[in-house]
Design a protein around this ligand. Structure first.
Ligand code: NDP
Length: 300
């Protein structure tokens, strides 16, 4: 039987709808407008596209959007001063510094200068520690989106075998932590894992966050398993002898979809959920800052 396709685009629209409803409630009942500040240093074309769509969607759900575009040679002191100003700005509830930063800036120092309560990317060391110890935290957006889709599809993932391929700080590790917090039995695989195919074949849930186009073939997938493909890889036209760049994930979609019970496509799977979760985190941060009730189901 063909796999159920988990439609991230549709799911993300639903999440944004719930965020928008909550924003309306915050405005009407409390006179509060959640605000998100995005800081972009330099002119990386992909980052510019992300920042633009983050700003557009922030406004669409009724929140205040502030963008700070800084020159590529901005000093660390100037960037830290801007973050300090945003930390102290009562109209800003979420701060996101678009990564990667130019090489002369210390990414860890910059991220850790954001007030943890406003760290809507969930990368601050304090949020990482809180997630790891099961405390209330800001949760990284991409893994949060994956978790929401898994909970929606399965109800509960308690007791299921989950394999996360990839151990980055922004996807693999927090993903594994979230799955563990939901009582899945979790394996983290990486480039040194022995017999990766056999490890993946055990999994009821496979999360691929590798950055290698179509690396996971269908014959690694246990029949009926759920496959969440985080990968976003651009296959350039010349490589394929065709006229257009194509986006593919880290799993080979056709062969995996033939065996899996459910699968996320690329594009239109995890990708759209990431921005939706950024907006969800901003509304959550705003509610926490003002001590008002958080929306249900928009965080871990
Ligand atoms: P990183 O490059 O930081 O991490 C990749 C991980 O994959 C590493 O842990 C690495 O292992 C592991 N890996 C590499 N090669 C292999 C291999 N042959 N076998 C097993 N494991 C391997 O990537 P990210 O986590 O930042 O991103 C992963 C993917 O997700 C990328 O395609 C990225 O574009 C995408 N992404 C998508 C987002 C979205 O919104 N949908 C958001 C963020 C990322 P090791 O640690 O041993 O080197």
């Amino acid at each position: 039987m063909a796999a159920t396709v988990i439609d991230g685009k549709e799911f993300a629209a639903r999440v944004r709808g719930r965020v928008a409803e909550h924003v309306t409630r915050l405005k009407d009942s409390h006179g509060i407008t959640p605000g998100l500040a995005v800081v972009l240093v330099g002119e990386d074309p992909a980052s510019q596209v992300y920042v633009r769509s983050k700003g557009k969607m922030t406004v669409e759900v009724g929140m205040k959007s502030v963008e700070h575009r800084l020159e590529a040679d901005t000093s660390e002191a100037d960037l830290l001063a801007l973050i300090e100003q945003l930390n102290n700005d009562d109209e800003i509830h979420g701060i996101l510094v678009q990564l990667p930063l130019p090489g002369h800036l210390d990414e860890d120092a910059v991220i850790n200068s954001i007030s943890p309560e406003k760290d809507v990317d969930g990368f601050h060391i304090s949020n990482v520690g809180r997630l790891g110890t099961g405390q209330k935290s800001m949760v990284p957006c991409t893994p949060l989106g994956c978790l929401m889709m898994l909970r929606d599809h399965h109800g509960s993932i308690s007791g299921m075998d989950a394999v996360v391929i990839g151990r980055s700080n922004i996807v693999g590790k927090p993903m594994a932590q979230l799955l563990l917090n939901d009582s899945a039995t979790v394996t983290i695989a990486h480039s040194r894992t022995n017999n990766l195919a056999d490890v993946v074949r055990r999994a009821d849930i496979v999360i691929a966050a590798v950055g290698r186009p179509q690396m996971v073939p269908g014959d690694w997938i246990k029949p009926g398993a759920t496959v969440i493909d985080v990968g976003i890889n651009r296959l350039d036209a010349p490589e394929r002898g065709e006229g257009k760049t194509k986006l593919v994930g880290d799993v080979d979609y056709e062969s995996c979809a033939a065996v899996a019970g459910a699968i996320t496509p690329v594009p239109g799977g995890v990708g759209p959920m990431t921005i939706a979760c950024l907006l969800a985190n901003t509304v959550t941060a705003c509610c926490r800052a003002h001590g008002v009730e958080e929306p249900d189901g928009l965080t871990a």
